[in-house]
Design a protein around this ligand. Structure first.
Ligand SMILES: NC(=O)c1ccc[n+]([C@@H]2O[C@H](COP(=O)([O-])OP(=O)(O)OC[C@H]3O[C@@H](n4cnc5c(N)ncnc54)[C@H](OP(=O)(O)O)[C@@H]3O)[C@@H](O)[C@H]2O)c1
Length: 274
């Protein structure tokens, strides 16, 4: 049985995955904003007969300090981590800045995943078949990156922030094997496709209407969870791989460019050291 950390494990795809993993006996660390939702998942699994170990960590992952705390707490309790699944996300139609000065979408959708992935790498190296599954939106057709304004302070738009966030996560995956060249950790980028989840966020009216239709017509969470479970059990052999709705895509294209990935890595280290 594995030890699996799931950020954004309190709702949507992350919650569906947490429940499935608890039910089959994995040890699951659920990280999210709402402690009660995480505890309810653990209760549901136990009522169904599961006896798995669980830890629910309440955290605001849009804060760097919170990610650092979470990494420390997890490593104290679980020196070996088999898998990290990254699902936390919160859409904002309007520009918002965290108390630490980062644009909110950049902080939660990208910086948190950077900090959790690199921060837990040493604990994952102790596992037999370690894997990071970054559930975001890999795609072969890269959108622009606003290199000189990653927080989109000059011209913010929620959809642009989300698309750029997906792109940054592709590059985060591309940089991972370069930054950890000797590592056995497999980095897997997963775009689950339109799924009926909670779509956590603060939406303006036109976007809210669109989200309501996505909730109605998106596939059930279980359908997006199943291929992720397969990836946790049998990660691809290659250090980096990417999937769109269960179909493997090439990571040789510009979306996963190594120079861009290393440029972003360096820029991120600078941002975090400020
Ligand atoms: N759903 C889709 O159609 C779709 C399509 C493509 C890609 N994806 C990707 O799939 C992943 C999961 O999406 P989803 O739709 O399943 O998510 P979701 O239902 O919107 O749930 C979001 C999760 O993120 C957590 N979260 C939000 N803000 C947080 C914060 N500040 N700190 C800590 N946790 C926070 C929420 O915690 P609380 O519940 O505790 O507030 C919740 O567990 C995302 O990365 C998304 O980009 C989804």
């Amino acid at each position: 049985m594995k030890t699996i950390v799931i950020s954004g494990g309190t709702d949507g795809i992350g919650a569906g995955l947490a429940l499935a993993c608890l039910r089959r006996g994995d040890t699951v660390v659920i990280v999210g904003r709402d402690q009660a939702k995480g505890a309810a998942l653990v209760d549901a699994a136990r009522k169904g007969g599961a006896v798995a170990e669980a830890m629910v960590v309440r955290a605001d992952l849009s804060l760097v300090s919170e990610n650092e705390r979470v990494v420390k707490e997890i490593k104290v309790r679980f020196p070996t981590v088999d898998a990290l699944v990254l699902c936390a996300r919160f859409f904002r139609s309007r520009h918002a800045v965290t108390a630490e000065g980062f644009e909110h979408n950049l902080a939660l959708f990208y910086l948190s995943r950077f900090l959790l992935g690199h921060g837990l790498a040493d604990a994952m190296e102790r596992a037999q078949q370690p894997v990071v599954v970054n559930v975001a939106g890999p795609g072969p057709n890269p959108t622009d990156i606003h290199w000189d304004d990653l927080g989109l302070a000059r011209n913010y738009d929620g959809v642009t922030a989300l698309m750029q966030g997906g792109r940054l996560n592709d590059l985060l995956g591309a940089a991972f094997p370069a930054v950890h060249p000797e590592s056995r950790i497999r980095y897997v980028l997963v775009n689950p496709g339109s799924t009926a989840t909670s779509f956590a966020g603060e939406y303006d009216p036109p976007t809210a209407a669109h989200i309501e239709s996505m909730k109605r017509f998106g596939k059930p969470v279980e359908q997006s969870v199943a291929p992720i479970l397969t990836l946790l059990d049998t990660p691809p052999d290659e250090p980096l791989s990417a999937f769109v709705e269960g179909r493997r895509i090439s990571v040789d294209g510009p979306a996963f460019d190594r120079d861009d990935a290393l440029r972003l890595h360096t820029l991120t280290e600078k941002m975090l050291s400020r």
